[in-house]
Design a protein around this ligand. Structure first.
Ligand code: SF4
Length: 363
């Protein structure tokens, strides 16, 4: 029997990356070390299913857990990355309690695909950091591993709605999805995974190809629209100046929807910016040709926000109007607001302060 190969749960890319490997890739990599397929496969299953490896060929290293903040049942946690000065870089993830369709209590894990983000959406805390770095597939999967096996929580759904624009790091995101859905690994159904984008059309096309593959047909696509027209969207989301709403809608119409699935349209409702009835009507017209569900998200004020949160009446009025126009509409709850874990609030304020002088694009 050979000496043990370290199978690291440290997602630092300098280490062996079981976290970023499908079972097939792991078996192949293990074979080059002379490890029999049966042992590699049982190590892979134990690692993902029990969070441990009882196998003579491998040794397990520790997950670099960082801060943990809890508000009610919402848990925000970080993982430290890299070594030396890089060590201050952290992924941020949030575990959010949800009520399942059957009334069952479920947990959704919101993962980051980047540290910081280059997209500069005006309503978003993460935008204030700028882009620090992309995360590898291993570093994305590590967030699931930490939630499941370090915090010991069941994870029913995964949404790529944490820090970063997934389409800016699409190959690593797809690599992570292949691991998360691996039947020998986490085995999460693709219908329980949602990728959220600001509307990068090239990324939507790339994702269409993945969705065409067996096993990925039911992957969900969410699009952060947030405006009824190009004027408002240009002001809120710089991406719109390069890829406007007509071009975005065309790309969405071409996205393959299988079975009863629908696109998820996200609309952050910001007082005085995009929350009037006229805005609602124009949004519904734009949505008309799309099979979609509209998700209205009351704005969560970021640090130094120019806007307050909307009041209950305006949120209700907007949702009622959209519903009355025949648009299936839901409201997304605001969980984790007090620990800056709610939608659009992720981001390390220390990095933001360091990066901000001379390059504050978001306010
Ligand atoms: S909303 Fe998403 S895409 Fe826009 S800046 Fe924030 S993290 Fe980036």
């Amino acid at each position: 029997m050979s000496s043990k190969a370290p199978v690291s749960t440290n997602p630092d890319e300098s280490g062996p990356a079981i976290l970023g490997m499908t079972s097939e890739a792991f078996v192949e990599a293990s074979a080059t070390l002379g490890i029999p397929k049966v042992d590699a496969l049982s190590a892979y299953r134990a690692f993902y299913r029990q969070g441990s490896i009882t196998n003579d060929w491998f040794a397990l290293e520790e997950m670099p857990m960082g801060r943990r903040e809890i508000e009610g049942e919402t848990i925000k946690f970080t993982l430290g990355l890299g070594a030396g000065p890089e060590r201050r870089h952290e992924t941020e993830s949030v575990l959010i309690p949800m009520q399942g369709r059957s009334g069952r209590r479920t947990r959704t894990l919101c993962v980051s695909s980047q540290i910081g983000c280059a997209m500069g959406c005006k309503f978003c805390e993460t935008a204030q950091m700028g882009l620090v770095r992309n995360l590898s597939s291993a570093q994305i999967v590590a967030q699931w591993f930490a939630a499941r096996h370090v915090l010991g929580e069941e994870v029913n759904n995964i949404v790529f709605m944490g820090m970063g624009e997934p389409m800016d790091n699409i190959e690593e995101v797809i690599g992570a999805i292949r691991v998360l859905t691996d039947h020998n690994g986490p085995s999460i159904a693709s219908s329980r995974i949602t990728i959220s984008t600001v509307g990068r059309i090239d990324g939507i096309r790339r994702l269409s190809k993945l969705v065409a593959e067996d096993g990925f047909h039911r992957l969900n696509l969410a699009i952060s629209v947030n405006a009824p027209d190009d004027g408002i969207r240009n002001a809120l989301m710089p991406i719109n100046r390069a890829m406007n709403m007509d071009a975005l809608r065309e790309a969405l119409q071409a996205f393959p929807l299988h079975g009863g699935s629908a696109l998820l349209i996200e609309y952050v409702l910001i007082p005085g910016v995009n929350d009037s009835l006229e805005h609602c009507d124009r949004l519904c017209e734009w949505l008309e040709p799309l099979r979609c569900s509209l998700n209205v998200i009351p704005y969560n004020p970021r640090r130094d926000s120019p806007w307050p949160a909307p009041d209950e009446v305006s949120v209700d009025t907007f949702i009622r109007r959209a519903t009355a126009r025949g648009q299936f509409t839901k409201r997304r709850g605001t969980k984790g607001r007090d620990v800056m874990a709610a939608c659009g609030q992720l981001g390390n304020p220390e990095i933001r302060r360091k990066r901000r002088p001379g390059r504050d694009r978001a306010s």
